[in-house]
Design a binder for this molecule. Structure first.
Ligand code: SF4
Length: 314
């Protein structure tokens, strides 16, 4: 949960998650839909899917106990080097140094390593860590390094005067702490999209996304990207035709919402409409739902904003 975000932002999600899934057994027994619904808002849904798969594997193959050897743990879904080292050191007290974004930034500054903070510097950082790592308290050492990066050696405005490692820090000595590491320029892609809030007898049509790719297995309103040269309504009609094989009528503008995920900045324009075909058939991946029951489905953030809009105007 903590990857790509901060502790204060995660706390409410974490607390709610533990109420719903207090142990590995309850997580392993839950449906994927329930897991994705509880993860809703945290983004990067592949992590929730991996956590769910890992819980199932741990219960099925290891009697519900998280493996404590690097090889087995690292073979579980979602367990890369960072997560494996974090669990082994924090849970089992094994001497495994952790390098996350915070630790990488601290060490690059301490060593005065210029350039962007990328995994390619980890070999150098790991060699240095071996010389200072506490084998007696590996979990405390790793947590202290992560906290140092999160609270003191922050990416902007590092608090060097209050820093406990200042006397060993090359960047502080040379005054380069503000330019190490060099910020990466993220290529943000802007997307214009339209969605159809199709109503029938007080219900709204939602559909399930494919099980692979971005936002896999989440539910959403039909719609998609506006192609070059298309008007918004033309895009809406084309998307509904392509996705549902149906035509819409009574198209009315509802609202516009903005949201961002991974490297995309999306402007989502929602339209209320009706299907022309009275006999339109749903299936396992399409459902008519009420505004109340829609909240039981895992939805991308943009769709949640549209549901909030619909609920507020009732
Ligand atoms: S002295 Fe400054 S730059 Fe160096 S580790 Fe501490 S906070 Fe970071």
């Amino acid at each position: 949960m903590l990857q790509q975000t901060t502790v204060p932002a995660v706390i409410p999600y974490y607390e709610r998650w533990l109420k719903v899934f207090p142990d590995i057994g309850s997580l392993s027994r839950a449906s994927l839909r329930k897991v994705l619904r509880e993860w809703q808002g945290l983004g990067y849904y592949q992590r929730a899917r991996n956590l769910h798969k890992a819980a199932k594997t741990i219960v099925r193959e290891y009697g519900g106990r998280i493996p404590d050897d690097e090889c087995t743990l690292g073979s579980l879904p979602g367990f890369g080097p960072y997560t494996t080292a974090a669990v082994l050191s924090l849970v089992y007290g094994k001497p495994q140094p952790v390098i996350d974004a915070n630790v990488r930034r601290v060490l690059m500054r301490v060593l005065g390593l210029r350039g962007t903070a990328e995994a390619r510097v980890d070999k150098t950082l790991r060699a240095f860590l071996e010389t200072v790592f506490s084998k007696d308290s590996p979990g405390d050492f790793n947590q202290a390094m992560m906290e140092l990066g999160a609270l003191v050696c922050r990416s902007r405005n590092p608090q060097c005067l209050a820093c406990p490692v200042r006397e060993f820090c090359r960047a502080a000595r040379e005054g380069t702490q503000e330019i190490i590491p060099r910020p990466r320029t993220l290529g943000l892609e802007k997307i214009e999209a339209v969605v159809a809030v199709i109503e029938k007898d007080g219900r709204i049509l939602i559909q399930k996304r494919p099980s692979r790719g971005l936002l896999a297995d989440l539910w959403e309103f039909p719609g998609g990207k506006v192609e070059r040269g298309e008007s918004l309504v033309q895009a809406l009609r084309r998307e509904v035709r392509e996705e549902l094989g149906a035509e819409v009528e009574d198209v009315r503008r509802l609202t516009t919402v903005h949201h961002a995920y991974t490297r995309f900045q999306v402007t989502l324009r929602a339209y209320a409409c009706k299907l022309r075909d009275e006999d339109f058939k749903t299936g396992p991946r399409r459902r008519w739902v009420t505004l109340n029951s829609i909240r039981r489905y895992p939805l991308p953030s943009g769709s949640v904003k549209i549901v909030d809009f619909l609920a507020a105007r009732r």
